[in-house]
Design a protein around this ligand. Structure first.
Ligand code: COA
Length: 147
């Protein structure tokens, strides 16, 4: 498995994973917009030599000296095989390389798999945003100080 940046051609396959992963998925237009933003990076975990099999993706913004993780998903067929870990490893390594001292993300309070993954990287649960994802769906704000 290796990590590479997404191109417009990858977006249909990214969107398919998104729809399998979230009840309220991002649209194709949202992903297209990310590719047009200079401070956004959509990185893919790919499994074959030509890079066409997409196992998962992570989207982050680098703004105001902080790395914001906006989206992370692994195709259901590839879960629990280290794909999310590989994407997070790259995002944390990039933040350190660019001397970005704070990483931040929001996660559903009910998403125990994702919370465990982030905690393994040292992210700490800092704040609760009540009903952030809708009635009864709170968000936890998690942060990692990288330096
Ligand atoms: C959360 C999510 C991204 C995790 O992705 P993943 O690729 O399954 O993550 P990993 O495989 O790296 O880690 C998951 C578990 O598999 C384990 N694992 C990793 N490699 C493994 C391997 N080769 N064999 C067996 N288990 C393995 C990890 O130890 C981890 O277990 P733990 O959580 O008990 O510590 C994925 O479940 C997902 O896409 N969920 C839906 C979308 C979502 O909720 N995204 C997050 C929004 S904030």
């Amino acid at each position: 498995m290796r990590i590479r940046d997404a191109t417009y051609n990858d977006l249909p396959r990214v969107l398919a994973i998104e729809r399998l992963s979230f009840a309220q998925p991002w649209s194709l237009a949202s992903f297209r917009r990310e590719l047009s933003l200079s401070f956004s990076r959509l990185m893919l975990a790919v499994t074959d030599t030509d890079g066409s099999t997409i196992a998962g993706y992570l989207c982050r913004w680098l703004v105001a000296g902080e790395s914001h993780i906006l989206n992370l998903a692994t195709h259901p067929d590839f879960r629990c095989q280290g794909v999310g870990t590989a994407l997070m490893t790259e995002a944390v390594a990039e933040a350190r390389a660019r001397q970005v001292s704070l990483m931040i993300l929001e996660v559903r309070r009910s998403n125990f798999e994702a919370r465990r993954l982030y905690r393994r990287f040292g992210f700490e649960e800092r704040r609760l945003r009540r009903n952030y994802y809708g009635p009864g769906e709170d968000a936890l704000v998690m942060e990692l100080v990288t330096s």
